[in-house]
Design a protein around this ligand. Structure first.
Ligand code: ZN
Length: 138
């Protein structure tokens, strides 16, 4: 009787140990496979009257928004914002809004969203231009 109970206890310990080892292995594999910038990471640029454009974080691209519309190139005239996406980061490269708060908000990326005061957003309130970081699965 006692012998049997001992065996069962040992078996339970083995099962628990195996489960913990397996869980640890899964976690390690997930961490190793996780790229620095997730493949689905992107920046959503919102402008104008509810329009938006989604840019994959791995792209290198400059987007000009003038008077609430996408423009071919920056002229510095009227209400203009120049947004840059490069190496998984996005930032307001230029803007001619009154206080340039959007330019001062710095770079948006998977790392900086943890510490930025505005989190996943860069906001140009006067021009109603917004950059939002959307991570994997969001
Ligand atoms: Zn601004």
């Amino acid at each position: 009787m006692e012998q049997k109970t001992g065996d069962r206890k040992k078996q339970n310990w083995l099962l628990t140990g195996a489960a913990i080892a397996f869980a640890a292995l899964v976690i390690v594999v997930c961490l190793l496979l996780r790229p620095k910038t997730g493949a689905a990471d992107r920046f959503i640029i919102r402008y104008g009257d509810g329009q938006s454009v989604s840019v994959p974080a791995w792209e290198t691209r400059t987007i000009v928004i003038r008077n609430g519309e996408i423009a071919e190139e920056a002229t510095g005239a009227e209400e203009e914002n120049v947004i840059r996406v490069e190496n998984g980061e996005a930032w307001m490269e230029q803007a001619n809004c009154p206080h340039k708060e959007c330019v001062k908000q710095g770079k948006l990326s998977a790392e900086t969203v943890q510490t930025r005061p505005l989190g996943t957003w860069i906001v140009c309130a006067p021009h109603k231009v917004f950059i939002e970081y959307a991570g994997d699965g969001q």
